[in-house]
Design a protein. Structure first.
Length: 231
């Protein structure tokens, strides 16, 4: 048996053992951690039809599934990539859903992609209250989508002593329970921050937004809720 085959055998055995033990618990925790994103995806499908760039919605859902699956198998680094993809696709959708011409250009030519920063700038320049609303809810929630995105990007790019890949064998790709717990935490924070971003985008439509998310935001914002939902 080749060295690669031996490594693969050891890694798959470790994944199997993990998925039958801690992986089951972590999968349930990830399901809870991603719940807000799934609520938003359902809302877009139910209340925003038809829209351009509809492919980005199942793509975001697939990224949620990937993150859950990777954590349940112990593949922490892959899970972090899937979590950042959730942000990329969801934010892109908030622009392209109302811009069919631009979306057609992307799908037909492969050009004209909007990155996270482009989407931020779009909402800032087209909605004078967006920056204020986002600042209010992120301050109250204690999570920043931009900060989380930078953290995820640091792991993906691996350009620091803390995030550079250091696996020597395939089995090293399966992370320990404490490290995977930190991935679940990042997923939960990302879902909250992403939900807050979408609330800031759609705040003027609060009557039609998912009731649970609106109620949660109203409780969080307290005296600031009128400023947030009216601006």
């Amino acid at each position: 048996m080749s060295a690669t085959a031996k490594q693969l055998q050891a890694a798959t055995a470790l994944i199997d053992a993990h998925s039958k033990g801690d992986g089951l618990v972590l999968a349930k925790e990830m399901e809870l951690a991603t719940a807000r994103i799934l609520v938003w995806l359902h809302w877009y499908r139910s209340h925003r039809v038809p829209l351009a760039a509809a492919d980005l919605l199942p793509g975001t859902h697939a990224s949620v599934l990937e993150a859950i699956a990777y954590v349940s198998m112990g593949l922490g680094r892959a899970a972090l990539t899937a979590i950042r993809t959730q942000i990329d696709l969801a934010l892109s959708f908030t622009f392209f859903k109302d811009h069919p011409v631009e979306w057609s250009r992307v799908t037909s030519t492969g050009e004209g992609f909007f990155l996270r920063g482009d989407v931020y700038n779009y909402h800032k320049t087209t909605d004078k209250g967006f920056v204020s609303r986002l600042g209010i809810i992120e301050t109250k929630a204690g999570v920043s989508l931009e900060t989380l995105y930078k953290t995820l990007s640091a792991h993906i790019h691996g350009q620091s002593p803390f995030t550079v890949p250091n696996s020597k064998e395939m089995k090293d790709l399966i992370w320990s329970k404490p490290k995977l717990d930190s991935v679940v935490k990042i997923q939960n924070q990302t879902a909250l921050a992403l939900s807050n971003f979408l609330l800031a985008v759609h705040s003027k439509e609060w009557v039609d937004l998912p009731p649970g998310l609106v109620s949660e935001a109203q409780t969080l914002l307290a005296e600031k809720q009128k400023e947030f939902f009216a601006s």
